[in-house]
Design a protein around this ligand. Sequence first.
Ligand code: GUN
Ligand code: FE
Length: 431
Amino acid sequence: ASLLDFHQDATKVGLDGDGAKVASHIRFVDDGLLIVEDGKIAYAGAFEEELINGDTVHDFRGKIICPGFIDTHIHYPQMEMICAYGEQLLDWLKTYTFPTERKYSDKTYAREMAMICIRELFKNGTTTAAVFCTVHPESVDAFFEVAETHNMLVIAGKVLMDRNAPEYLQDTPERAYDESKALIEKWHGRGRCLYAITPRFAPTSTAAQLEAAGRLRREFPDVFVHTHLAENKAEVEWVQELFPEARSYFDVYKRFGLTGRRCIFAHCIHLDDTDMHEFSDSRSVAAFCPTSNLFLGSGLLPLQRMREMHVLLTLGTDVGAGTSFSMFQTFHDAYKVSQLQGAKLSVEEGLYMATLGAAHALGLDDRIGNLDVGKDADFVMLDPTATELQQLRWATPSPLSDRLFTLFMLGDHHNIFRTYVHGAEVYARSS
Ligand code: GUN
Ligand code: FE
C-alpha cells in the first residue's frame, strides 16, 4: 500500500495564511510498508524485503494507508434525527433535538445507539471522536463502555443544562458538578477514554452552573471542555441578553475559566477580531462543522481570517445537525464554504485538520495523528477508486495533490476499505 500522512514538524507551522507551509510537510510513500506491534506503529516507510522477519504480510497494492480521522464534534444521541427538516438552530433544538435526547435516560437504548454510532464512525474511517452525550450519566457510561470494547480513543461527557430546556433534560449546578465529577473519576484516563466537561452552550446554563463547570476544570486540569460557540446570529444575541456583563459570547466562557488548551468549541462562526485574537492566544480549539453550518443555515466560518490568526482549526461532523459521518463529505462542504468567501482550502489542509492538526490541537499528538513509530496504530486504508468515475479520475495523469483532492471531494464511506484501531481491524468493507 501507499502511505500518506504529515511529518510531525507540520504542527510547528499549523495552518498558515495560504496553507502552503503545512502542505510542504506532507509525506507520501508510493510503495510503502507499515509494521504494527502491540497496538503501536513499529515501522512506516518504504517497502523493504529485509524488514519482514517471517511476519504475516498483507498486500494492499492500490490502497492508501493514512492516519485514522479525528472528528472533533459529534452528538451520538442525534443520529436518529439526522436531516430534520426546516428549522434553524434554536427552533431545531426545541422541535427535534430535545425530545430525542430524552430517550437516553434508558441505558439499554443508549448502548444500542452508541454501538451504531461507533460502527458508523469506523465505517467512515474515523478512529477518534469528541462526543456529546446527553444530560443523563447513563448515556455517558453507555458510550464509554462501547468505545472501551474497541480500545478506541474517545473524548466524551455528560451535557450540562439547567435552564432554557425542557424540565426533563435539566440538571442543577450541584448535580452537574457531582455527576460530572463521578464520571471523570470513573472514565478519564481509563484505557483510551478521556472526559470532557460538556456545558451544552451558554444559553442553557445559569452562571452558577458555568461556575461549577469552571471549578471542575480547575480540579481536573487535564480533562477537556466541549461546548458550542457563536453558531447562529439569534443565539449570539440571546447570549448577550442572558449575560449582559460579558463583552461577548466567547467572554462568557472565558469568565468562568472554560477557555484555553483542550477546550473544544464547535462552530465559532460569528466572532469579532478581539474574540478571535483571544481565542487563538488561549490555544482554544475550533471545530469547523461545515455540513451542519450549511444545513442549519448558520453561516460561513471565516476560514481565511482564522488561518491568518493561527487558530487551532479542526473538523467536526456535528451529526445530527451535520448531514454526514464522512470526513470526506465534511471536507467537501468545507471547501465550498471557503470558495463562497473567495478563499482556497487545499486537500493537504483538509487532511491535516482531520488527522495530525486535530491531534495537535487536542494535545494528543504524542499518541495519534500520523504514522510515526511509537504512535498508537489507528489508521485507515483508503480505496481511491471505489466507483467508475473515481477510477477514471484517478487514472488521469495529474499531480498527486489534485488526485487526492478529487478523492476527498467525491469520497464517502465507499472509499474506506479497512479501519484499524490500536492495531486491530475494526471495519472491513464487504466487497
Ligand atoms: N447548540 C446547542 N446545542 C446544539 C446542538 O445539539 N447542535 C448544534 N449544532 N448546536 C447546538
Ligand atoms: Fe453540535
